[in-house]
Design a binder for this molecule. Structure first.
Ligand code: BEZ
Ligand code: FE
Length: 284
């Protein structure tokens, strides 16, 4: 006979305990920590705002449409994480560094593995009509010594605000992408386009949510960098164009003061602009 007096049936007040008590003793300890806390906070949130049945239905429909929007090139769940600041929070927790080391920011969904590796100085723009820009700087350790053999993986949008992977029928694959390796002086330089601000993909449920929140979908103009070297923390970051109107209202909260770079006009140069930025890597 089951002793029913000892069973915790689900109640509004005892909802968290009822759910968490079901977990097996033997479960993975980290999964237990994460799920126990998730249930606690999810139930507290639901009780605080007293979610109605219609709102629950709306949420299920929203997440269903978010899933249906995803494919090899479109990750609507990452966009959702980005616009609520979750991506930047996870990044902040996982990239705490001493002062002076280059700060991380959000990776975004448009990085691809296998971009061509170029000789230092190459032009990564395969096709484009935008303002040309030379990117220059050094990769240094925290004491200011040059790092030899650092890998610099870069990507940016074109003059219309689109990455190559968003326009496979218009832009050649690997347009405005490339990989470079530093020599003994730790220096890098390459040519590309001066990035422009652009809206994150907003033709799906995340864009609709932004609209309901009265928010715009734009990101300030930026160049993406992943800088890595043996024995150092990998930096996933951008440099931001210093006069961009969206610097203070980035749709995904990616801007950090230390990452704002000057893009200076160049007279009679190979390119119309030059942007100088040094990356400082923290020991692993
Ligand atoms: C990006 O910078 O490429 C990006 C970041 C977050 C969402 C969408 C795009
Ligand atoms: Fe971007």
């Amino acid at each position: 006979m089951i002793d029913r007096s000892r069973i915790d049936y689900f109640t509004e007040d005892g909802s968290v305990e009822a759910v968490n008590a079901r977990n097996a003793e033997s479960m993975d300890p980290r999964l237990k920590e994460v799920m126990t806390s998730l249930v606690k906070h999810l139930h507290a949130f639901t009780k605080e705002v007293e979610i109605s049945q219609d709102e629950w239905n709306l949420a299920i429909d929203f997440f269903t449409r978010t899933g249906h929007m995803c494919d090899e090139y479109r990750q609507e769940f990452i966009l959702l994480s980005d616009i609520v600041g979750l991506s930047m929070l996870v990044d902040a927790i996982n990239s705490r560094r001493p002062k002076g080391a280059t700060e991380n920011t959000v990776m975004g969904p448009f990085h691809i593995e296998g971009a061509p590796e170029y000789e230092m100085g190459a032009n990564i723009t395969l096709q484009g009509k935008g303002a040309t820009c030379q990117f220059v700087g050094r990769v240094l350790d925290i004491e200011g010594n040059p790092i030899e053999g650092a890998k610099i993986d870069v990507w940016s949008d074109n003059e219309e605000g689109y990455y190559d992977v968003q326009q496979p029928d218009i832009q050649p694959l690997h347009n405005n992408r490339g990989v470079f390796r530093t020599g003994a002086d730790g220096a890098y330089h390459f040519c590309g386009q001066k990035p422009v601000s652009y809206p994150i993909p907003d033709d799906g449920p995340v864009g609709q949510l932004l609209g309901h929140l009265g928010r715009h979908p734009n990101r300030p103009a930026h160049m993406h960098f992943i800088v890595s070297a043996d024995g150092f923390d990998r930096v996933v970051t951008h440099t931001f164009v210093d006069d961009d109107p969206y610097l203070t209202s980035d749709a995904v909260f990616g801007v950090k003061e230390s990452l704002i770079a000057q893009f200076e006009p160049v007279e009679n140069g190979e390119t119309e602009f030059r942007s100088r930025f040094d990356f400082v890597l923290n020991p692993a």
